[in-house]
Design a protein around this ligand. Structure first.
Ligand SMILES: Cc1cc2nc3c(=O)[nH]c(=O)nc-3n(C[C@H](O)[C@H](O)[C@H](O)COP(=O)(O)O)c2cc1C
Length: 323
């Protein structure tokens, strides 16, 4: 079995990507990031494999994307290999460039169902899940001559309650994923402390002996920091998460800090795109994004409060343009 890299092979290096974030990297966030930040790769929010099979209309909304987002990777999670098989075929059919398996989420609701970071403690199940994903891609591809295979990757943490990343990546490499993204914290740490880039370096040394790519992740705040970490640790690239919220500029080389007017215009374009597709009544879902776009201003608290009171796009626009 050869490692199949698919689109990953054509990315220029170092790879700088938008990390998957549930409740954040939805269709509108990715559209704005693709249009103004142009990271090399972006991930959807994670979507449960069971959900894809049993509540497809709702879940498929999470998988809505625009062509400008390519290469776009769909992230899925769960614990049942059969569900992964079926869900992977749906993802292939939707035309995603890649499939990523979440093996890092620390949320209780996910871990209690043996998914996310819990899979670090059940390596046999983790491998079965990757195998099911690979077979689904193979079967989907071979059933029609025009179909192209979709590469699969894994996003994980450095351990469950202690750092086991070296042993853990050896396990994952048995199934030759195209890429392994590593958030430098254990599940137990959640988001506390700082990301352990030394552990990521040790993992990178192992992964670099294979064709699989390795992406580091955790606490990267800007592009110069990303480049320094890539040089120091030997990873092929990094994923930026929290620092990209309300900040598509984070992916731009030598971009001067955006001014107040540029931030407001970006917040409005984001909100316009979102409400055009979902309707005004869901404008409240933009809270996290609006707060981030506006957080740099001296009157941020007031702005945020007023923006979050808007009931529709027009109200938001007049609020932001008159303050
Ligand atoms: C609000 C939020 C939601 C997240 N959702 C996901 C997710 O759906 N899938 C995933 O693999 N990681 C998820 N993560 C983890 C991030 O992708 C990333 O690994 C983590 O935030 C560390 O990177 P950062 O310091 O650049 O934010 C989430 C993180 C945050 C803050």
């Amino acid at each position: 079995m050869e490692t199949f890299l698919g689109f990953w092979e054509n990315l220029s290096k170092p790879i700088i990507g938008l990390s998957p974030m549930d409740g954040v990297t939805d269709f509108a966030c990715r559209y704005i990031t693709a249009r103004y930040g142009k990271p090399h790769v972006m991930f959807t929010e994670f979507v449960t494999v069971e959900g894809l099979l049993h509540a497809p209309e709702r879940i498929l909304k999470d998988f809505e994307y625009n062509e400008i987002e390519r290469p776009i990777v769909a992230q899925i999670y769960g614990s049942n290999p059969d569900d992964f098989y079926k869900a992977t075929q749906i993802v292939c059919g939707l035309g995603f460039d890649g499939i990523d398996i979440n093996m890092g989420c620390p949320a209780k609701t996910v871990v209690s169902r043996n998914a996310g970071a819990k899979l670090i403690t059940t390596p046999e199940l983790a491998l079965e899940i990757i195998r099911a994903t690979r077979s689904a891609v193979q079967d989907w591809t071979s059933s029609q001559a025009s179909r192209k295979p979709t590469p699969y990757s894994v996003k994980t943490r450095i351990g469950f309650d202690s750092v086991v990343i070296e042993k853990w990546v050896e396990v994952l490499l048995e199934e030759k994923p195209a890429a392994i993204s590593i958030h430098g914290r254990t599940l137990k740490q959640m988001y506390k402390g700082s990301a352990d880039w030394e552990a990521i370096t040790r993992a990178a040394q192992i992964i670099k002996k294979t064709k699989t790519l390795v992406l580091g992740n955790g606490d990267v705040e800007n592009l110069s920091q990303a480049k320094l970490l890539i040089e120091q640790t030997g990873v092929d690239g990094v994923l930026i998460g929290r620092s990209a919220i309300g900040n598509p500029w984070v992916f731009l080389d030598s971009c001067p800090a955006p001014n107040r007017d540029q931030r407001i215009q970006m917040a409005l374009e984001h909100a316009r795109y979102y409400t055009d597709k979902r309707g005004d009544r869901f404008i409240r879902n933009l809270g996290k994004h609006l707060a981030s776009y506006l957080k740099h201003f001296p009157d941020a608290a007031l702005l945020r409060t007023k923006a979050l009171q808007a009931k529709n796009f027009e109200e938001l626009k007049s609020t932001l343009l008159t303050i």
